[in-house]
Write a protein that binds this ligand. Structure first.
Ligand code: ARG
Length: 588
């Protein structure tokens, strides 16, 4: 469907033209004074400057041409030369009716779908997922789904931290505890046990223990580094142990990501590019891009227009070891080969902004990625506690992601039980669904780069700009629809009628912002755009609901029109929350 704003603009442009003016002045915007009008055109002002006349004269002439135009119910010139516009009820209803029966509510498919790779989540194996992993997972998942809905072809990769010193630390710590395991016996040639020699709980305890020891004991650290080198150079027993570490750790991660409804297409990691690093290094040397600086191999990435210092991208440390940059550059090279993407998106904490700037410049400069490939970093703000500092447990520790989600769901359970008679089992299931919405919406409704405060009371409230409020609205609609269907009613979008009240018109106007909002969310990689849209839509629906007798309406056609309109609203809300990565229960 043609965009609403374009349709309106065409009308106003034609009016400028027929009044004898340049039609390009007829661009229409959504009103920034919704108390005065729905849309506005400010073109007369700029034009008046050019023509050295009073803007109000131009505006008046244009308004005259628009009088009687079926698109508008009100066209007004106001000082100093604004043109205020309201849509006609018939035109609006007609547009909404068409949206209701069009795929994707009338949104156009992109001329050419882009191939996109999104790198998000980024957990390190052998460590429990904690609150720091919330935003990369939740924002990444939403961005992925938003890109998909906009018609693009997107692949999500978790990009595990699975290759560096942490692996050596765990392996060496295990060796000190169980030196007799066959993995450490160089002469062992048999098959290694299928069962891992540790549980996920062991792993989560071993890693911090080892990490602490290595900071206090140089010999311990040297041994752990040795283990890392042995692993990376392919020593059989070490690889077998590493496989166990990955399996145990990834299984546990999947369990928690499942609870968050976060799903990856690829479970690749830093290790996945290990084999191609030597070739990449050679390529960078041969191309004259990389040179030795204080023993390290680096690529210069500063640019003349830089206002801050951008240090070189280090490809290899002076001892020849690879590092975070190395695996990221090699991953860009591999993704280019395998998918030839139009865009790669990275979702991490914003403290990695400069790091990604370096890596992206390096990739473009050296041809590891194609010049046309857009490389984007979504740098995330921090989730803080009420004290404005990064969120901690009550005793000051790092909160596990799993426990955070559990606490939110527990709080939701309490509220649901307080609200109404409901079995424990149903309350528990509902609390899981609503709790997830509270946590995710609380995060996604903020701009990705902004810090925000985790506020349990506010996030789990059924009122205000929250996930539970959105779900409550959906459930409210569902319950009306159910009653209507029980009376034998059916949903028929052709029944959507000319709005009979201000609140009905407001609801229709809100509905028309679906496409622009979802498109903006994609263009800006900003899920908060979708949140803002559904919050407005839910508010419009609730005002309409409070002012309108829907089920008791005696005029059957009118009633069918109301029902069609609220069902359209429900579908839109559900489509949007699916984009955000959560769902609604049947009742709550
Ligand atoms: N594992 C990294 C960390 O904990 C995040 C990985 C982000 N993705 C990437 N391609 N570098 O900081």
């Amino acid at each position: 469907m043609q965009k609403l704003i374009e349709l309106i603009t065409l009308e106003v442009q034609a009016a400028f033209k027929s009044a004898g003016f340049d039609e390009s002045a007829g661009k229409v915007n959504v009103s920034n004074r919704p108390d005065l009008c729905e849309y506005q055109c400010n073109g007369a002002m700029a034009l008046a400057k050019q023509l050295k006349t009073a803007p109000i004269q131009i505006a008046n002439a244009v308004v005259e041409k628009l009088s009687g135009n079926a698109t508008f119910s009100k066209v007004e010139a106001v000082m100093p030369g604004f043109i205020n516009l309201n849509l006609s009820e018939e035109f609006l209803a007609d547009y909404v009716r068409k949206m209701a029966s069009s795929p994707k509510f009338g949104m156009e498919e992109p001329a050419k779908p882009l191939k996109i790779v999104i790198d998000y989540g980024g957990p390190n194996v052998a460590k429990a997922l904690h609150v720091g992993h919330l935003r990369p997972a939740v924002v990444g998942e939403a961005v992925k789904r938003i890109c998909k809905y906009n018609g693009h072809d997107i692949i999500g990769d978790v990009h595990l931290g699975d290759w560096g010193l942490p692996m050596g630390l765990v392996i060496y710590e295990l060796q000190t505890r169980k030196p007799d395991l066959p993995y450490f016996d160089d002469n062992f040639t048999g098959d290694y046990p299928k069962e891992p020699p540790f549980t996920v709980g062991d792993l989560e305890e071993m890693y911090p223990t080892a990490s602490k020891k290595s900071k206090e004991d140089a010999d311990y650290k040297a041994k752990a580094m040795e283990a890392t080198v042995k692993l990376q150079s392919g020593v059989r027993g070490y690889r077998a142990l590493w496989d166990h570490i990955i399996n145990v750790s990834v299984n546990d991660m999947k369990r928690i990501y499942d609870k968050l409804d976060v799903n990856f297409d690829l479970w690749n990691g830093e290790s996945s590019v290990h084999e191609v690093i030597p070739g990449m290094v050679q390529y960078l040397k041969d191309g004259g891009y990389a040179y030795l600086s204080e023993g390290a191999l680096v690529v210069d990435v500063k640019e003349e227009t830089d206002t801050k210092e951008v240090p070189p991208c280090i490809i290899l440390k002076s001892d020849g070891a690879s590092l975070y940059n190395t695996t990221d550059c090699a991953t860009i090279m591999e993704r280019t080969k395998e998918y030839d993407p139009d865009m790669m998106i990275y979702v991490t904490d914003k403290r990695q902004d400069l790091y990604f700037e370096q890596v992206f410049r390096c990739a473009h400069k050296t041809g590891l990625s194609k010049p046309a490939t857009k490389l984007c970093h979504i740098g995330l703000g921090t989730m803080n506690g009420k004290d404005g500092k990064p969120f901690k447990t009550r005793d000051g520790g790092v909160m596990r992601l799993e426990y955070l989600l559990r606490d939110v769901c527990d709080e939701m359970y309490k509220k649901i039980k307080e609200n109404k008679e409901i079995s424990d089992e149903e309350a528990e299931n509902t609390a899981k669904i609503v709790g997830l919405s509270a946590l995710k919406y609380g995060d996604l409704s903020n701009q990705p780069a902004k810090d925000y405060i985790f506020d349990m009371e506010r996030f789990t409230s059924f009122e205000g700009n929250t996930g539970p409020y959105i779900l409550y609205t959906i459930v409210r609609i569902k319950s009306i629809l159910e009653k209507y269907k029980a009376e034998g009613g059916t949903i028929d979008y052709s029944k959507i009628h000319t709005p009979a009240s201000k609140s009905e018109k407001d609801l229709m106007n809100a509905i028309t912002f679906f496409g622009p909002s979802v498109e903006n969310a994609y263009n800006e990689l900003a899920p908060n755009r979708v949140c803002a849209f559904i919050y407005d839509l839910a508010n419009a629906l609730n005002s309409f609901y409070h002012e309108t007798k829907i089920l008791t309406e005696t005029d059957a056609d009118k009633k069918a029109g109301y029902i069609a309109l609220i069902d359209l609203t429900r579908r839109m809300l559900e489509t949007c929350i699916d984009m955000l990565g959560f769902s609604a229960p049947e009742r709550m």
